[in-house]
Structure formats: structure tokens, C-alpha cells
Design a protein around this ligand. Structure first.
Ligand code: NAD
Length: 358
């Protein structure tokens, strides 16, 4: 029996987490779910979008399955997703992206694992609002120490990248490569421009790579990487990226395999792990029973592997592969046109996957 914290999230979160929960239970693995609400509605009710009870539950159970949570743009509360990753030190965001036969994509040969550093970079949350005391002090400090002029009406976000965090994300990637028989790790950066942050990332990555001579290592500049990914994704295997590039490239990779509806993810630390799809809360689809639950269900598959339930994970994957290959009971995003009248609903897709596991 696995006790799992289940965070339905907001937007389409509740409908896709319910689909994932039903499919996971149908594998025959037994779960008890500790359901913990977080996000927009909780912010309205409790004044905090991520109450302590949610973190306490994950700390107790060690593993969570989480639906997406909306982040208001520009104002309101800070990202619950980022806070969760930082509070639990979930330093690795693991996002496998591979093409499934039958999925509508320009490529049929993508098999990438994206390893995104999850705790620092421009996501560190160190920001100074335009004209705040902090921004004024910083602008003055920069002027005094570098002679460079930052405009007085600037908002400022800080980009810290450390040896500590880069070493552990690189080690994670190489260990994953060894365990999962992957052949090549590519570190992605902009070290030519940001010498002290991305430069340090690259130098540290090279140092760690020396300890893994059995795995091929190379590096690529982020802009070149993006172009190469859309031209020849098949030559890449595992990509390791600082936080912001990792976020952007994860969506790019999702696009290579047929969209966000198929891109699963896991946030992993040394003590805890939170499994969630790459996509967000897609608010315009909330409550319509329309969105693709596969990314969330595949994230559940990653959770099964993390829990050591390998046989159930393989059965779940096989069932999903079979539903995609047949192409009948799939949501609108996997049909030739988004208004295809034969598109299945979220819950119908879950039912179809369940029916193929029996
Ligand atoms: P999004 O990923 O929610 O959706 C963008 C579009 O992609 C949708 O409108 C839809 O057309 C498509 N899409 C996404 N998921 C899909 C699925 N499962 N099936 C079919 N189509 C799908 O991105 P957004 O609109 O930029 O973000 C909405 C909110 O989600 C924002 O508040 C954002 O901050 C938040 N967000 C949360 C997480 C998270 O919880 N980890 C991640 C990303 C974004």
C-alpha cells in the first residue's frame, strides 16, 4: 500500500488528476490518497495558495501526484509550483519526451530526456520591483562597482547559478543515464554571454562529466540547441539545462512529440518527489472534460517507477501506447482537427486506458 499526497490543483487539474487516479488504481497497485487542495481557490479561502498542511503531507508521504496550479501574471501570489519545488528541495525536473506511434507529430523518432535544474537561475524568486528601495540600492551598487548604468525605471530579476546545484543536477543526469542505458548527455547554456552564471554551469558540468567516462558528454549553446532540436531531434538523448532554458525547451520538446497533452514530468529531490505534467492549468478548458489526461497519466507512470512498481508501469505504458496507436479514443488535440466531432473526453480516454489493462 502506497500512501500518496494527491494535489488536484486548479483549472483542469481536478479532472486530469481524477483520470490519473482511476487509471493508477486500475493497475492493481494499492494506494491511499491524502487529498490536499492548493492553488487559486485555496488562496481565496485560506489566504495562502500553499498552506503548510500540503507541505506537511508531502513530507510525511514522501511522494505526491499533483495537478497544475495557476500562477497569476504580474500580481497576486507567487508561483505555488516554484515554491513547492524550492521548499522541498526538488532540485531535478525530469521530463521524458518520446514519440508514440499514432501521435500527430512532424517527427517519428524523438526520444529525449530533459533534466531541468529546478531551484535556482532566474526562477530563484529574487526580484526587485521598479523604483523599490531594493532596486534603487542595487542600481547604485552596480553603478559604483561596474560603472554600468541601469535605467532607474528598471525592474530587476537576479540569476544565481551555483557549483553546488549544478554538480548535483549533473550527477543526477549521469546516474540516470547509467541506470536507464542512455548514451549521451548534452549540457545546454549561454556561457558565451553570461560568463559567471552559465559559464560556471558549463565548467561544473565538464568537471562532473569527467567522472562518467562511459557516457558521452557534449555542450550546446541554447539558441543553437533550439534550432537543432527542430531540425534533427533524433541525434539528442539527454539534455541538462538551467531552470529557465529547461522550462522553455521542455515545451519545445513537447511540441516535437505531438503537444503538451503527451508530456509527463517529475520533480525529484533526495527525500521527496512530486509528479506532474509539463503543461499548466489550461484555464479555458476548466470543467469541460475535454483536455488530454495522458500527460498526467504518464506522470503517474513515472511515479509507479519511482515507487518500484515496474511491472504495473510497463502495463500502464502498453495500454497508453495501444490507445494512441489506435487513435480512436483520444482527445481533440490528438485528432486531425481540434474540432473533430469524434474527439473523446478526458474521462473516456481514462476509461479506454483502463479497459486495455484488464
Ligand atoms: P498551459 O500549459 O496551461 O496551456 C496552454 C495551452 O496548451 C492550452 O490552452 C491548450 O491549448 C494546450 N494544452 C495544455 N495542456 C493540454 C492538455 N493536457 N491537453 C490538450 N491541450 C493542452 O499553459 P498556459 O496557458 O501558459 O498556463 C496556464 C496557467 O498554468 C498559468 O497560470 C501558468 O502559470 C500555469 N502553469 C502551471 C504549471 C504547473 O502547475 N506546473 C506549469 C505550467 C503553467
Amino acid at each position: 500500500m502506497h500512501k500518496i499526497t494527491l494535489i488536484p490543483g486548479d483549472g483542469v487539474g481536478p479532472e486530469i488528476t481524477e483520470a490519473a487516479r482511476r487509471v493508477l488504481e486500475a493497475t492493481g497497485v494499492s494506494f491511499t490518497w491524502d487529498i490536499q487542495d492548493a492553488g487559486e481557490d485555496v488562496f481565496r479561502k485560506e489566504g495562502n495558495p500553499l498552506p503548510d498542511r500540503v507541505l506537511e503531507s508531502i513530507k510525511k508521504n514522501k511522494v505526491a501526484l499533483k495537478g497544475p496550479i495557476t500562477t497569476p501574471v504580474g500580481s497576486g501570489f507567487r508561483s505555488v509550483n516554484v515554491l513547492l519545488r524550492q521548499s522541498l528541495d526538488l532540485y531535478c525536473c525530469l521530463r521524458p519526451c518520446k514519440t508514440y506511434k499514432g501521435a500527430r507529430s512532424r517527427f517519428d523518432n524523438v526520444d529525449l530526456v530533459i533534466v531541468r535544474e529546478n531551484t535556482e537561475d532566474l526562477y530563484a524568486g529574487i526580484e526587485y520591483q521598479k523604483e523599490s528601495e531594493g532596486a534603487k540600492t542595487l542600481i547604485e551598487f552596480i553603478g559604483n562597482t561596474t560603472g554600468k548604468r541601469v535605467r532607474q525605471d528598471s525592474g530587476i530579476s537576479i540569476k544565481p547559478i551555483s557549483v553546488y546545484a549544478t554538480e548535483r543536477i549533473m550527477r543526477f543526469a549521469f546516474e540516470y543515464a547509467r541506470k536507464n542505458k542512455r548514451k549521451k548527455v548534452t549540457a545546454v547554456h549561454k556561457a558565451n554571454i553570461m560568463k559567471y552564471s552559465d559559464g560556471l554551469f558549463l565548467e561544473t558540468a565538464r568537471n562532473v562529466a569527467q567522472k562518467y567516462p562511459d557516457i558521452e558528454f557534449e555542450d550546446k549553446i541554447i539558441d543553437n540547441m533550439c534550432m537543432q532540436l527542430v531540425q534533427k531531434p533524433e541525434i539528442y538523448d539527454m539534455l541538462v539545462l538551467p531552470n529557465l532554458y529547461g522550462d522553455v525547451v521542455s515545451d519545445l520538446a513537447a511540441g516535437l512529440i505531438g503537444g503538451l497533452g503527451l508530456a509527463p514530468g517529475a520533480n525529484i529531490g533526495d527525500e521527496f518527489a512530486v509528479f506532474e505534467a509539463t503543461h499548466g492549468s489550461a484555464p479555458k478548458y476548466k470543467g469541460l472534460n475535454k483536455i488530454n489526461p495522458m500527460a498526467m497519466i504518464l506522470s503517474g507512470g513515472l511515479m509507479l517507477r519511482h515507487l518500484g512498481e515496474m511491472e504495473a508501469a510497463v502495463r500502464l505504458d502498453d495500454a497508453i501506447v495501444s490507445v494512441i496507436k489506435e487513435g480512436k479514443i483520444v482527445t481533440y488535440d490528438m485528432k486531425p482537427s481540434p474540432d473533430d466531432p469524434t474527439a473523446a473526453s478526458t474521462s473516456e480516454v481514462a476509461d479506454a486506458i483502463i479497459s486495455r489493462m484488464i
